[in-house]
Write a new protein. Structure first.
Length: 296
């Protein structure tokens, strides 16, 4: 029995890491391109001046940017360092893992007979991001929320390295190994939870309309699935859990899980991460219940 548990932990760890690595690579390459090509002036030109209107383009970018929650944190960190307002970066971080086309297609195939969950997932993600973004704007508008000082452009490279492509590759490699260590720690924690979690107990307490969203949010958090795969896991509970709890699962996982919590704590100040997590969780819970109350 102990050997089975050990093998199960190893399989879970390998699965989570293999799922995440391609998207981590996408994220660090995008981050490196941002470092080399995006300037603060460019960001100021494309963003609306109004603080709340500026959150709308950040949401829409997710529809054309196929990056999951594993890879979005280094991108957002880089954008904030480049001058992107804190609240816009957070909106971008919350919506991209859900609104991107790969996740939309995966959710469509997982819930072909339930369009409420497909469009509810997208709509709830935007609503949660707007609430959290507004919170960050009010309380962290002009504060430095980054924990680790990023190297300024050029500090990683000698003066002889003038080729931007070489800089992008070198920077991507540095950031991949920096981000990867936190991914491994988070994946190990997630695999342990998956091994010892009693699903029968989960189902017995998850059928209650009040507690079910909380249970499924916790389930999404500890499983730490990539957003491209979580819809199929949620579909397996389609006849057991309430619509609101399934929706909470589908929104919670891409926004917060063990992996990206560890990355958040590594890259952002704890004084920001704690209230950010609390506001995000409360928003997901009440909005998912509101959705179920309105439509069902």
């Amino acid at each position: 029995m102990r050997l089975r548990e050990i093998l199960s932990k190893i399989r879970g760890l390998i699965r989570i890491v293999l799922e995440a690595i391609p998207f981590i690579l996408i994220g660090v390459i995008a981050s490196s391109i941002i470092q080399s090509f995006v300037t603060e002036k460019m960001l100021q030109k494309i963003l609306p001046k109004h603080a709340f209107l500026a959150m709308l383009p950040a949401m829409l970018v997710g529809a054309i940017f196929p990056v999951c929650e594993c890879a979005i944190i280094p991108i957002v960190r880089r954008l904030i360092k480049k001058g992107l307002p804190n609240h816009i970066g957070i909106v971008f971080m919350l919506t991209v893992p859900i609104l991107n086309p790969i996740v939309f297609i995966a959710t469509y195939f997982a819930f072909q007979n339930n369009s409420y969950l497909l469009y509810g997932r997208m709509g709830l993600a935007c609503a949660v991001a707007f609430i959290v973004g507004s919170f960050v704007y009010v309380f962290f508008k002009n504060k430095d929320i980054l924990k680790i000082s990023l190297p300024i452009e050029g500090s990683h490279f000698s003066n002889l390295e003038r080729n931007r492509f070489s800089k992008i590759l070198k920077h991507a490699g540095d950031e991949f190994f920096d981000t990867g260590k936190y991914l491994l720690i988070g994946a190990l924690c997630a695999s342990l939870f998956q091994t010892f979690l009693d699903r029968n107990l989960l189902i017995s307490i998850g059928t209650n309309e009040v507690t079910a969203p909380t249970v499924m949010m916790g389930f999404a958090y500890v499983l730490s699935l990539c957003s491209e795969a979580d819809a199929f896991v949620a579909a397996s509970f389609n006849n057991t859990f309430t619509i609101g709890s399934l929706l909470a699962f589908l929104v919670m996982g891409p926004m917060l899980d063990i992996k990206n919590t560890i990355m958040l704590c590594a890259y952002f100040r704890v004084k920001f991460v704690v209230p950010f997590i609390l506001v995000t969780c409360v928003s997901i819970y009440f909005l998912s219940r509101l959705f179920e109350w309105i439509f069902f």
